[in-house]
Design a protein around this ligand. Structure first.
Ligand SMILES: [Fe+2]
Length: 375
């Protein structure tokens, strides 16, 4: 009897010891897995090297668009439409669809589509309404029209989630150029109206529409897009072109811009720092002229924002912008980024080319200037 008890106890002990060891093994395995760099899904991958990127915004669908023809003649690898790609301004979805059709029927648009990969995001007028945000009542219908016109395949992730934000990776010969296309309409809270707050009237000689939020309880991008963006910035890339319909790098000017949501503008800068994302620069549209802004950051690389907004549109004056380092260019134009990958430290040419084929802005930066490992 006693022997049987001893045997049973020994068996129980062995069993417990085995369980303990295997649990430890599991724990070790989990720790190991967690320490591995997460690999996120790249939404669109094109196995090509990108050296020439053209872009623009604000084209009226019922006017000739010679700027698109000039851009096509450059044979860019990619052309990015940065919003106001048509002036929809309607709550009738047949009208919206027809206006896209009129853009699609243009020879210059067809030529450009044949000579370059086309990427697109929207701004207010092609989303549907001037300065519209998340309360625009036809945002779901407008999104399907957008995805249809810009030829998103049936299995495109954008069909399954809210909004039209997405990313595309061009990868070849060991070089990756990542395009991050933001959606600044679907989730944007109402803007805060300007209500006569005191300003420097010598600087702001025109009517101001909006005033920046002073608390962090409003959003431009929305929670889901913020989480997605963090993921995107964590994926390795040599150069990242953040495509933003509104200007990112400018100072407050009373019109639509990231500056109306200073807490989210700062959040993006903090996210670049947190993810140690290399090679981030912005391209933007919206304002009907061109300029280059440089947002300097202490102990961090500067953020360039090259604005091109004049496929057909024009504006009478450029608003004050403390970060402007080139421009403003008031004639119709397109933006051009050329990357010379040959030097050990690749060179990026940031250009604005006008309707007369004249290069009006040309700023040259080295890739290392916007990389953490070279700071
Ligand atoms: Fe516009």
């Amino acid at each position: 009897m006693k022997k049987q008890w001893i045997g049973l106890l020994a068996c129980l002990y062995a069993c417990l010891a085995w369980q303990c060891t295997s649990k430890k093994k599991e724990e070790t395995q989990t720790t190991k897995e967690e320490s591995v760099t997460p690999s996120y899904t790249k939404e669109h991958v094109v196995p090509e090297k990108v050296s020439k990127i053209a872009f623009g915004s604000c084209g009226y669908q019922d006017e000739p668009q010679p700027i698109l023809q000039l851009a096509a003649e450059q044979n860019p690898d990619v052309f990015v439409f940065l919003g106001d790609n048509i002036y929809g301004d309607t709550k009738n979805m047949d009208t919206l669809r027809n206006k896209y059709k009129r853009l699609g029927a243009k020879e210059e648009f067809k030529n450009l589509s044949q000579s370059a990969h086309i990427l697109a995001t929207w701004d207010d007028h092609d989303y549907g309404w001037n300065d519209a945000g998340r309360h625009y009542p036809f945002k779901k219908e407008s999104k399907e029209i957008f995805l249809d016109f810009w030829k998103a395949p049936a299995d495109d992730i954008r069909h399954q989630r809210e909004g039209i934000y997405t990313s595309t990776y061009f990868e070849a010969e060991g070089k990756t150029v990542q395009f991050i296309l933001l959606d600044l309409r679907t989730f944007r809270d109402d803007l805060r109206k300007y209500e006569g707050q005191e300003v420097d009237t010598t600087k702001f000689h025109y009517g101001l529409d909006y005033w920046p939020y002073e608390t962090a309880d409003s959003t431009l991008m929305g929670t889901g897009q913020w989480l997605w963006l963090e993921e995107q910035l964590s994926i390795p890339a040599d150069l990242r072109i953040v495509c933003s319909s509104s200007q990112f790098g400018i100072t407050y000017n009373g019109y639509e811009a990231w500056a109306n949501f200073p807490h989210e503008q700062q959040k993006l800068l903090d996210l670049i720092q947190k993810t140690q994302a290399n090679g981030v620069m912005f391209i933007s549209g919206d304002v009907h002229y061109a300029e280059l802004s440089k947002l300097e950051r202490e102990d961090n690389y500067p953020i360039y924002d090259l604005t091109s907004s004049g496929i057909t549109s024009k504006w009478d004056f450029a608003t004050p912008n403390d970060n402007r380092i080139a421009g403003a260019i008031m004639e119709n134009h397109y933006g051009l980024i050329e990357i010379d990958w040959n030097p050990e430290d690749p060179v990026i040419h940031l250009k604005i080319v006008d309707i007369n084929k004249e290069v009006r802005i040309h700023e040259q930066i080295k890739l290392s200037e916007i990389h953490y490992d070279k700071l």
